[in-house]
Design a protein around this ligand. Structure first.
Ligand code: AHG
Ligand code: MN
Ligand code: MN
Length: 338
């Protein structure tokens, strides 16, 4: 007798098709965007895996719009996503953390009804030391009339309008996690066959977390309510069990650990960065969508993050994201902050 395992092998492509079949009105365009992103993720993964072997380490010598020095792989990942996504006929514009304005669809290609926003390589300063990095993406439906190029207004929508979002983590394995609003699902790349296989269906994050991810070297620049909140998370006010501190310095890696194990990632505003550091459209909103789909929550300290109406492409936001109870504690303790 032959025994078969009770778990099925499901590729990301098949999963996307099966999800699409649940919606008779779906045109397949969003599915196409997700396929193309999975291909781009495999290409970036292969570059990241070779980063220590070939001469692509070090800064490319240019600064991005935030005045940060770009690593070479930032530029490479940015180009891979742009080239994988610009000709599918499903997007009418893109925006990247690495480019100041919107990325237009070349005139020879058809424009579609979606826009894509992305952080091509998150945590890029960690590449030189072989620490996990990631890619984050967000898909919105265009809101401006017409069928030509998309505009900035199509990008400046609150996170709750996202139709899909996800991230790829280039860690000990490469994983892609995405949502279209029907649960958050994770796929692990099997490098021997070049396929993402469903490994984490319907991710649910614990309601109370055990990990705290924060860069507390900014403590002296925090407001008193933020300091009190951090004392709470560390159990110093005896109101909760102390959390374990884990900070990789790649948002994707810290977020992913906390999503699976339970925890909160915190990047508050501080007197040196009054809006915090992370970008609302490329980093905070897509992860907030995933987190809520997994039963977690995300706030900017004042209210639900995905309700914020953006006013600029590269807008920054404070971020408190992860296990629901721990995010609720932040909301409660920061309500009178400034
Ligand atoms: P990026 O590499 O895309 O610029 O993002 C870096 C971000 C994020 O990944 C990380 O959580 C954060 O910067 C770390 O900032 P600090 O060094 O200020 O803690
Ligand atoms: Mn980033
Ligand atoms: Mn980046």
């Amino acid at each position: 007798m032959i025994f078969h395992s009770d778990t099925s092998i499901v590729t990301i492509d098949r999963f996307i098709i099966e999800q699409e079949a649940l919606f008779p009105e779906a045109t397949g365009e969003l599915s196409g965007i997700l396929y193309d992103l999975a291909v781009a993720a495999k290409m970036i993964s292969s570059k990241v895996r070779r980063a220590g072997l070939i001469d692509i380490l070090g800064a490319a010598g240019s600064d991005n719009v935030q005045g940060e020095h770009q690593q070479k792989l930032d530029v490479i990942a940015n180009a891979i996503i742009t080239k994988a996504m610009d000709h599918g006929g499903r997007l009418c514009a893109m925006a990247s953390e690495e480019e100041e304005g919107i990325i237009e669809i070349p005139p020879q290609f058809k424009c579609g009804k979606y826009v894509l926003l992305f952080d091509p390589l998150d945590g890029s300063s960690n590449i030189d030391v072989n620490v996990p990095v990631g890619t984050i993406f967000s898909v919105l439906r265009r809101v401006t009339p017409g069928e030509g190029q998309g505009r900035v207004e199509d990008m400046l929508q609150p996170g709750m309008k996202q139709v899909a979002a996800g991230y790829v983590i280039y860690g000990s394995s490469t994983m892609m996690v995405y949502t279209t609003g029907h649960g958050a699902h994770g796929f692990t790349l099997d490098p021997s066959i070049g396929e993402f296989l469903l490994s984490h269906p319907h991710i649910q994050t614990p309601t109370v977390g055990k990990y705290l991810s924060v860069n507390d070297s900014y403590e002296r620049h925090w407001s008193e309510p933020v300091r009190a909140l951090m004392r709470r998370y560390r159990g110093l006010d005896d109101r909760r069990e102390a959390m374990n501190v884990r900070y990789v310095g790649s948002l994707v890696a810290d977020f992913h650990r906390n999503l699976l194990g339970g925890g909160i990632f915190v990047y508050p505003a501080n007197s040196k960065s009054p809006e915090g550091k992370l970008r609302l459209l490329y980093e905070c909103n897509p992860l907030a969508f995933i987190c809520e789909q997994a039963g977690g929550a995300a706030t900017n300290g004042k209210g639900r993050l995905m309700d914020v109406v953006p006013s600029a492409l590269h807008q920054r936001s404070p971020l408190f994201i992860g296990s629901k109870c721990d995010v609720d504690t932040a909301t409660l303790m920061l309500k009178d902050d400034r």
